[in-house]
Design a protein around this ligand. Structure first.
Ligand SMILES: [Zn+2]
Length: 267
């Protein structure tokens, strides 16, 4: 089977990891290339650090994830909460996607609670047909192949729809995915518990590595158990944890035909 290239496009420097680290690991296991893109630099996601400090810290967190998963990770300079479907941001994404030449691009659903997620999805959609148009953004050559587009599943309040989908078991990958999530210390142990009004005193200190891991495990596991339950008929019996990916209404959407090429480990 020919090599495939996977680009996950998230709004923030942890979205791809949370929503698609399992898929990335499946691709890497086949020796296929994976790129994570964060459309914003994530510098608003903290209750006390300055934006400059946090931006640098989150960049370092993505570098730790890139090393762990053996992938490439691009973080755009766009300030957090400023992702918008502007021409400048469209061309910036276009250049990264064309240079990488993905066979599959996965991004947020167009309906999502966070404006950065919604506009990231729109930017991917805005690029989708133009990837092949040479006179658009001519400083990087246009692609000559079709790129398939899909949406992440398992965002907050996600409900299964009738759109075509593929689910993959991630039970055997969960520990590595958990390690990737724990790389985002500023988010998992500081910002996200704070903004979700969790009990900050319940978070184990940095010296308690196993305790912190168990904390993230207990918090994050149910979402992927829920994905497995909702897509049970397309998963091997006994699957506890899964990620799922949905057809996106952009040119060359994920469908039953191309899914066999792009998700050979799911069939
Ligand atoms: Zn996000």
């Amino acid at each position: 089977m020919s090599e495939k290239r996977l680009a996950l496009v998230g709004a923030h420097p942890d979205d791809c990891d949370i929503l698609g680290a399992g898929l990335a690991l499946r691709y890497r296991a086949l020796g296929w290339k994976v790129l994570f893109i964060s459309m914003a630099n994530g510098d608003c996601g903290h209750q006390s650090m300055t934006r400059a400090e946090l931006g640098a810290r989150r960049k370092a967190e993505t570098e730790a994830v890139a090393n762990l998963l053996d992938i490439d990770y691009v973080v755009m300079d766009t300030p957090d909460c400023d992702v918008m479907p502007t021409l400048e941001q469209r061309w910036n994404l276009m250049r990264v996607l064309r240079r990488f030449a993905p066979d599959l691009v996965v991004t947020h659903h167009t309906q999502d609670y966070h404006p950065d997620h919604r506009y990231t999805s729109q930017l991917v959609g805005d690029c989708s047909f133009l990837l092949k148009v040479p006179h658009c953004c001519p400083d990087v050559p246009a692609l000559r192949k079709n790129t398939v587009h899909a949406f992440f599943y398992a965002q907050r309040q996600s409900v299964r729809t009738d759109d075509f989908s593929v689910a993959i078991p991630i039970d055997d990958l969960w520990e590595t995915k958990l390690s990737a999530l724990c790389c985002h210390e500023s988010q998992m142990f500081e910002w996200l518990p704070w903004v979700d009004n969790k009990d900050m005193d319940a978070i184990p200190p940095a010296s308690d590595v196993a305790g912190r891991r168990a904390y993230v495990d207990a918090w994050r596991r149910p979402r992927f158990e829920n994905v497995a339950q909702q897509h049970r008929e397309m998963l091997p019996a006994g699957t506890q944890l899964a990620e799922a990916f949905y057809a996106a209404p952009f040119p060359t959407s994920l469908n039953a035909e191309n899914a066999r090429e792009l998700f050979p480990f799911a069939f």
